[in-house]
Design a protein. Structure first.
Lengths: 276, 137
């Protein structure tokens, strides 16, 4: 029995990566129909139910459409459990002991049935997406289309792991300031602004210049804009190496460009001796 | 102050027109606490390597994009620490000791040559959107 393990060997570090990659690849790899039916029957049997009718569909939306009246049906988004499955899978490989039957059922359930719509007698199982797109941080992300798309064209849009609607990704220029302002989710609001363009947004909300300076280290000009009505403060700065312009939101209570740089650098900006 | 965003952008662009700072720069004799910035990466000069997990990955920022390719070239001891001061873990990058002169290369930003026998902690730029996200989480 493995106890109190607080560090990993180099081999186990490699295994972490292998298990991670296996589970990411699994997200677009359909299980066989026989495997799907087998695990559904096993689980239904465990709770004392007869084997249900299993119907495979192209997407979660297709499951609902095929079902028609979904009243009395439940949904299960197994894809969200795959991180647990990967963790348990890794743990068993390094010696953690589990109830083997339960673990087998859970891992197979996650592998075979990414989305299910079900009642006691019928189970609609979605096939897996044909495309998944991620950013560098491994978050669902696609700035030019769906981040997750199924064979029938249904899918979801995401920016840096945050679910957003089609307009934000495909037609961000059609957003209005009113629409952005009334967005209640603060994460989505910032994505809306980013896609709309920070400079355009600051202009449209009438943000006012509250500070400007020449950054002595970089020799570039910086400007700090503030909108009281939207409680937003942003630093306009430019990279001396690439000439790329940035509008970087900072903490709303920031008063000067110097404070803004301190925020962005986690307090290290005052000790910069070289920048490019 | 009355200056529009557009006017500020124009003035800012003019400030870099005659500037060339993408050349390689050799860092002379840094003091403890000095910081070298390369894009959105801050290299803080520290006295010794902290505790952490050894790695052979010489890329200092995660990802596959051009912007993330801050890559060490030289003989270094490098590891991934789990903490640095009170910083959130997502802002903490690797730490490394330069056994000889070591270059931090990047396809766009000027390279930085760090002197032998210096130790550095990588810190990532903070984004307010991430602060909001962490608060919401």
């Amino acid at each position: 029995m493995l106890k109190d393990k607080t560090s990993l060997t180099p081999e186990e570090e490699v295994l972490v990566k292998q298990v991670f990659e296996k589970y990411i690849a699994m997200q677009t790899l359909d299980a066989s129909e026989a495997d799907i039916i087998n695990i559904v029957n096993l689980i239904w049997g465990d709770i004392g139910l007869a084997p249900p009718k299993v119907i495979l569909c192209d997407s979660p939306a297709h499951c609902k459409k095929t079902c028609g009246n979904t009243e009395g049906y439940l949904t299960y988004w197994n894809m969200w459990l795959c991180s647990y499955a990967a963790t348990y899978d890794f743990a068993q490989q390094i010696g953690v002991e589990f109830d083997k039957d339960k673990l087998h059922r859970f891992l197979e359930w996650c592998r075979c049935c990414q989305f299910v719509l079900f009642n006691d007698d019928v189970v609609y199982v979605s096939r897996k997406p044909v495309t998944l797109k991620f950013n560098d941080a491994g978050q669902l992300h696609n700035s030019e289309g769906k981040s997750c798309e199924y064979a029938d064209g249904w899918g979801i849009y995401s920016i840096n792991g945050v679910s957003v609607d089609e307009q934000i990704v495909m037609h961000p220029e059609t957003q209005t300031v009113h629409q952005i302002r009334k967005e209640e989710n603060e994460e989505v609001k910032r994505i809306r602004i980013e896609r709309f363009g920070w400079d355009s947004f600051l202009t449209e909300i009438g943000a006012e210049l509250i500070d400007e300076r020449v950054n002595d280290i970089e020799g570039t000009k910086e400007f700090l804009f503030r909108s009281e009505s939207d409680n937003m403060t942003a630093l306009l700065c430019i990279c001396p190496s690439t000439s790329k312009e940035f509008v970087l939101e900072v903490s709303p209570d920031t008063k000067t460009c110097r404070e803004a740089q301190a925020f962005l650098s986690n307090g290290f900006s005052e000790r910069i001796i070289s920048a490019s | 102050m009355t200056k529009t965003v557009m006017a500020a952008l124009t003035e800012m662009r003019a400030s870099v027109e005659s500037m060339i700072s993408s050349e390689t720069e050799r860092i002379g004799s840094p003091s403890l606490g000095d910081v070298v910035r390369q894009g959105d990466l801050y290299l803080c000069c520290i006295d010794k390597l902290p505790e952490g997990v050894a790695t052979k990955d010489m890329q200092l920022a995660p990802g596959n994009t051009q912007g993330s390719r801050h890559i060490l070239s030289g003989d270094v001891s490098i590891l991934k620490p789990s903490k640095f001061g009170k910083l959130d873990t997502v802002l903490i990058g690797p730490a490394f000791t330069c056994k000889g002169d070591t270059t931090v290369t990047h396809p766009e930003h000027g390279h930085k040559v760090l002197p032998a026998d210096t130790t550095w902690q990588v810190v990532y730029q903070q984004a307010y959107a991430d602060v909001v996200r962490r608060v919401q989480d």
